[in-house]
Design a protein around this ligand. Structure first.
Ligand SMILES: [Ca+2]
Ligand SMILES: [Ca+2]
Length: 384
């Protein structure tokens, strides 16, 4: 029987549509040469640097405000979602940046846990600092890495060094979480953006105060994969489903032009964009890189593991998800299986974190219940 041409075209179209869902973003990637990593891990502090002074501003235990008593002037973004027990394929057998140890694919069992919906914001981090007197490592060292494109000409005049392999990174004196793009910048208007310039050690301190912990790399990837095997992004492999941006990365000719087609030249609010996962988590990929618990390694065995936590020791800590500075040509790491690393005392203007927890802290359970009731009450009033 002759198949009408219209059906042939229809099935061909269907086939192409399916293929593009899987491959869309892999087709034209140029992998960085000779292990050059595009600058993602170029912001590590060198071991010979003097460590920062002790945290002399820390409040005494009597003065410290615990997380369950701390009151914020901002709308909270510390809510968590429960990821149920399950298993998934971590890593991939089709690595796009093989030197990063993106492969092989291996089965991992994860015990159910709680995970922050949002990246930790400047407002949430400020609450921690105001409650504890905590001083970040960047403040102790007196500098941090900032992307050149966002540093004022005046500040740039005084900087002579750059990172050889990634010259767009400059060490800037006075850059820290309160001054994300140099000492002449501040947090005005960006309190709901992700906190930046926090080291791994700072992130751990925050999570402990909040009665949480950092997620493992496996937990990040379990959340990011969102029940799908070997897809690039939480929602599939098409970067722009229905032509809509789902994350904050870089568009243009990095690092010279930034067209901000996704709506954001730098970071975006942690609440921005449609949720990336079915459970509602936002900006897992893109916006700010996120520290995870694990020491960095690039060799993985293929056996099945349960709740892996990475190697016992190392020199670098792992980070996941890529940032607003990521673009395919320089840092194609806004993918669930992608990864990078820095020493645990490092900080930069594109690196933040979010926390996880085995148990939902009681104060957050209470707060979320109150928020739910307030939303229901508002909806009821609107109906009247
Ligand atoms: Ca952007
Ligand atoms: Ca992120």
């Amino acid at each position: 029987m002759k198949v009408p041409q219209i059906f042939t075209l229809f099935f061909l179209g269907l086939l192409l549509a399916v293929r593009s869902e899987v491959a869309d973003d892999e087709a034209t990637v140029e992998v960085e040469e000779d292990g050059e990593d595009g600058g993602c891990s170029s912001t590590s502090r060198k071991s010979e640097e003097t460590p920062p002074p002790a945290e002399t501003d820390l409040k005494t235990p009597q003065e410290t405000v615990p997380a369950d008593k701390a009151k914020s002037n901002y709308e909270r973004t510390n809510q968590m979602v429960y990821l149920p027990t399950g298993s998934f394929m971590m890593g991939t057998n089709n690595p796009i940046i093989p030197p990063d140890g993106e492969g092989p694919a291996r089965r991992v069992h994860i015990t159910g846990f709680w995970y922050d919906v949002y990246e930790t914001s400047n407002a949430e981090f400020e609450l921690f600092v105001n409650s504890t007197g905590y001083k970040t490592e960047a403040e102790g060292f007196g500098d941090s890495f900032v992307i050149e494109a966002f540093i004022s000409e005046k500040i740039k005049e005084d900087i002579s060094q750059a990172v050889a392999s990634a010259p767009w990174w400059l060490p800037v004196k006075g850059a820290d979480w309160r001054h994300p793009f140099g000492p002449d910048t501040d947090l005005k208007g960006i309190m709901d953006h992700p906190v930046l310039h926090v080291s791994w050690n700072d992130a751990v301190a925050y999570c402990q105060w909040a009665q949480k912990r950092l997620p493992t790399e496996a937990e990040f990837e379990y959340a990011c994969r969102d029940g799908k095997d070997d897809r690039l992004f939480p929602w599939g492999s098409n970067m722009l489903p229905k032509n809509q941006h789902r994350m904050n990365i870089w568009q243009g000719d990095f690092p010279n032009t930034n067209t901000a087609e996704d709506g954001f030249e730098r970071t975006c609010p942690v609440t921005e964009f449609k949720p990336q996962t079915k459970l509602g988590q936002k900006n897992l990929i893109g916006n700010a890189w996120e520290w995870v618990q694990d020491w960095w390694q690039t060799e993985h065995h293929t056996g099945t593991t349960k709740n892996p936590v990475g190697p016992k020791q190392g020199t670098d800590k792992t980070k996941k998800g890529g940032s607003y500075m990521c673009i395919k040509t320089h840092c194609y790491r806004y993918r669930c299986g992608a990864r990078s690393q820095n020493t645990p005392d490092s900080s930069a203007s594109n690196l933040g974190f979010r926390c996880a927890s085995n148990k939902l802290p009681e104060y957050i359970a209470k707060q979320m219940e109150e928020e739910k009731m307030a939303t229901a009450e508002k909806a009821r009033k609107e109906e009247l």
